[in-house]
Design a protein around this ligand. Structure first.
Ligand code: GCO
Ligand code: MG
Length: 405
């Protein structure tokens, strides 16, 4: 089945998304997500200038060969920009394969391992009281797992809580320059255990709780935080330290049994290999979009399963609904699936551009069985929301030193 056309779309229904659409000789098409938050146009150029000319006329069924052609064939393997581009092609090809087989993609992987997808939602707030109020609502709504993030008192702008009550999660697609936030490790470390203490006092231990450190700590600081949090029995602590130096996770592991999650910035299985093999982490958070597509992600899942490591794919709002739907299929199949990050059902603008059907029942996400990924892209609606340059924030210590955001 020959590839006849590849188009790349950039739109901003609330925030920027890069979408790839591949068409084949019989009129079948597949879509993929290539969004790389804050660096979108680099991926667009990579796709339009360096990938699409090579694929016209190739057989859309040869997913494995095309993946290697783009990855090994570039000579410059890896890197966030090229991997997001390859991922979108890979996703679009799996969508096509599913449509041609008249099957949902999870069937092509080996079928369902579970009936629904356990998700963790976000309870954010500018005070502990507010976070706990939101947590209470989510428990009532049936969530089985929730991530807690709270503004750190006496600092300017905290991850996950900076844009006011209606927009905790950086939904804004319009930051023409990077806003700056302030970070204080000591204020953070003195505050976070109290958040979880009060959450457990108020809601008990049935609800699974997690927290994203967003790579702000050193390994020994992270070890101390994880120890302080041990009494509150967390599902996991996410991105306690950056992953350039995997042994950081060894340091944490030696001091605490709080489970650890990382990997939303991994580009390849090799980024995760050492941490998985050494059992320094418990959950891998790599998304289909940022990990190179379904083709490498299924290998990563199988490799992780050998070491009792579970998959907990990244589900931030900068991953488009195409990625969410790809995760639905991946998670339904992966025997070692753990939990899916889920930030809700999206804005009316988002759901005008991306058409998909999901339902949350008692903390589990379900979808209808449709061929391919079961998500469509409305090109006409997308035209109403043109790209707006937008950056992620940057972070500085109180003395002005640039820090990890
Ligand atoms: C998460 C992530 C996001 C990232 C965002 C960057 O756990 O959901 O850490 O909040 O910051 O995806 O683009
Ligand atoms: Mg994260």
């Amino acid at each position: 089945m020959k590839i006849t056309d590849i188009k790349v779309f950039v739109c901003c229904p609330g925030r920027n998304f890069v979408t790839v659409k591949i068409s084949t000789a019989d009129g079948t098409y597949g879509i993929g997500d290539a969004t790389l938050n804050g660096r979108e146009m680099a991926v667009v150029t990579y796709l339009e200038e360096h990938i699409t000319p090579c694929l016209i006329g190739k057989d859309a069924h040869q997913i494995e060969d095309i993946w290697n052609y783009l990855y090994k064939g570039a000579y410059w393997q890896n890197g966030a920009v090229s991997i997001a581009a390859i991922a979108a092609i890979d996703m679009a090809l799996w969508d096509i394969k599913g449509k041609l087989a008249n099957m949902p993609v999870y069937q092509l992987l080996g079928g369902k391992s579970r009936k629904g997808i356990t998700v963790y939602g976000h309870a954010n707030g500018e005070s502990i009281e507010e976070v706990l109020q939101n947590l209470g609502t989510m428990i009532k709504d049936g969530y089985k797992a929730v991530r807690l993030q709270c503004t750190i008192p006496k600092t300017k702008g905290t991850y996950g809580t900076m844009e006011g009550k209606k927009n905790y999660y950086e939904l804004q697609g319009n930051r023409p320059l990077p806003p700056e936030q302030e970070w204080s490790t000591s204020k953070y470390m003195n505050f976070i255990p109290e958040l979880f203490k009060q959450a457990r006092e108020k809601f008990g231990y049935d609800i699974a709780l997690c927290h994203d450190v967003h790579s702000r700590l050193t390994p020994i600081e992270a070890a101390r935080l994880c120890k302080l949090l041990e009494p509150y029995n967390l599902l996991f602590i996410e991105d306690a330290v950056t992953t350039e130096n995997p042994e950081g996770y060894k340091v944490i592991r030696e001091h605490t049994d709080t489970p650890l999650a990382t990997g939303e910035k991994f580009n390849a299985i090799w980024d995760a290999k050492e941490m998985i093999q050494n059992q320094w982490i418990d959950y891998v958070r790599t998304a289909v979009t940022h990990g190179g597509g379904l083709t490498p992600l299924k290998k990563l899942a199988d490799f992780a399963s050998l070491y009792h490591v579970r998959m907990a794919p990244h589900g931030a709002p900068d991953l488009s609904p195409i990625c969410l739907m790809a995760h639905m299929h991946f998670n339904l199949w992966a025997p070692n699936f753990g939990v899916q990050e889920f930030i809700g059902f999206g804005t009316p603008e988002l759901n005008e551009v991306f058409l998909y059907d999901i339902a949350l029942k008692e903390g589990l996400l379900y979808m209808e069985d449709k061929p391919g990924w079961g998500v469509d892209f409305n090109e006409e609606a997308a035209k109403k929301y043109p790209y707006k340059r937008s950056y992620l924030p940057v972070s500085r210590l109180e003395d002005g030193t640039l820090w990890n955001w």
